[in-house]
Design a protein around this ligand. Sequence first.
Ligand code: PEP
Ligand code: MG
Length: 761
Amino acid sequence: MSIDSTIKVKPSGFLQAVRAAMAGTESVQERLDNFVDAIVGSMQVDLASIYLELPGGEMELSATRGLKKSAVHKTLMERNEGLVGYVAHTARPLNLANASAHPLFSHRPETGEEKYNSFLGVPILRGGRTLGVLVVQNEKARTLDEEEVEDFLTVAMVLAEIIIDDERAGGSAAAIKGIALNPVKPETIRGKAFSDGLVAGMAHLHVPPVAPADLLSDDTAAEELRLEEAVAGLRISVDAMVRGEAADLSRASREIYETYRMFAYDQKWVQRLREAVHSGLTSEAAVERVRNEHRARLMKAHDPYLRARLHDLEDLANRLLRVLSGETLGPGNKQVADNTVIFARDLGPAELLDYDYDKIAGIVLEEGAMSSHTTIICHAIGVPLIGRAEGILDHIENGDPVLLDGETGEVHIRPIESHLARFNLRMNIRGEMAKAYDANRGRPAVTRDGRHISMHLNAGLVMDLPQLDRSGAEGIGLFRTEFQFMITRHMPRLDEQTALYKKALETVGKRPVTFRTLDLGGDKILPYMDPVLEENPAIGWRAIRIALDRPGLLRYQLRALIAAAAGNHLRVMFPMVTTVDEFIECRALFSKEMKRATQLGQNLPHRVEVGVMMETPSLAWSVRAICDHVDFVSVGANDLMQFFFAADRDNVRVADRYDPLHPASLSILRFIADGCHGENVPVSICGEIAGRPLEAICLVALGFDTLSMPVIGIGPVKSALLALDAGKLRTLIEPLIHTDSQVSTIRGHVREFCMREGIPV
Ligand code: PEP
Ligand code: MG
């Protein structure tokens, strides 16, 4: 019998040995040793070795059957070195008849590898990470066939579970021996605090993992049938989505659903799943394995289009897992226990809103962005959100107790008692502070030197509106109208838009609402519109640039706003205006719509104010010129700072690199405030800095009398303002803000000032 024909019959002893290695209670090292023994004992190979990646990126020989045992934990391959490094780097199998003939072959005499010829290296992948490489070799020079390669990919998947067990238990590839296997160790992982708050809760994995116990199947034929049925079910649901019958939870649009359908019918994808099942995996494990392979490759892609496809594939894999679990796909509230903390790779706004958010204590994402819509919804509903918590899904189990620190961005997993006690103390202090803020709710924000500061809320969804009464804010200083467009599954019709704006105006009663027209583009993509792929979306075709090129949508929106504000006070402003001309064009469109409403005999707003968002440096330098055309100015500090410092607000590597309390940024803000005051045009400032006490008092000192902020800023900022002598702070900071200043922030000076003056910041 030739080797090739014997291997087609899966050696049952092998799967049993693998199962034993999975279930064993020995140390991780012993399990790895058993594993390589099982491979050599039951597969047609003479050598099996496991290389694991160390924290520094090198590959360490961690277990072997066939090489010299003395080389274990001694032989190290540099990242990218040799065949092992190559497999790790490409995340693809490498199958060679003669290893030493390969140009990347790197000889390691201490291992005694000379007698082996054939080489198969497969990556050990999990969650898109390469944990290591499994190598099998034969003395005879022959390449393994496809089915054998499949088998070893399956083996590598099982191995990944063992290694991850070790990592969770606090071990590392470098010190793998004798480690307990249960993930009980407390861990702290640091991400970015996107939404403030301290909470204790229970972890809930948005996409539950496949339990390691269910990785392998005894009955491949039955498993193949399950897979085929699930794929058929998936296709039916995706077809229904494309036809628009099922409005599903995904942020995907009809066009994106089309992409899903393309993947769901992609023979290659389904074939990879079949092969994985055929190699002994359960259908769930097969989905997981193919997903890992895609992730590992696509995560290396720089092309944004390819990376976006990764999300599509992830979503599709999740859907398939849900079909396999028997869950019927479709919208509906996801039931979770009280105090749930959701853990996910990423979460779209619609996915978040599918949860009963009264039960959600917090959210932790491996990805996410500070200004994403999920973040803004979290601000609105007062839920702490930690994003960019890299790799956290590999360290967390469903039901793990967790503490979320939305001040520092830390996530404490399985915390110890003393930690919990400290955290409780901080939560109590915050509770006391919240009471103090509450006591100030009805008080006007008047500084000690008598300046009345008007405090407003940033909002955008109907669910934000009740916060106005709860916070005691004077109105809505920024109503981001695009949010409603983003969380619905179709473009809101004129009557739907009118109803929403009317509801906003009715809810706030006599208090003003400043509607900002659609600020689309950048990361704000409508699910039902073709995304435009751009190199630099933040400075691309967005907001008013789209609106002026394609005025239909804007005119429609203005029409809805005018109708909604019948007999009321209407305040509208335009985002991302860069030149005065652009504003003049916007205003002309608004006038046209007013004229149209008049001609139709509509009931008009009794008062209309049209303003501009000042969020580009070019408009800031034209402050006096723009003042001739506007009824008010609102400084969009988020964008203004990103353009001023040329630092993408969504890019975690640069977003916090520059301090808005830099003398240069403060001088441009002062320039704007002075310019508007000089022209008698009301000026306010919205954006995140208005909601941070230290920054807010500086803005007031520079001359801003109106601040608009997320709801969580109102209490702390008001407390700071009540204790502030704004004139005194202006005297302190004026001499620090000059163009020959060498410092990169005046934060330290302001902080000292607050300590001296007893200002709570
Ligand atoms: C801003 O840019 O400061 C702003 C408030 O608008 P957005 O965050 O929606 O861009
Ligand atoms: Mg903006």
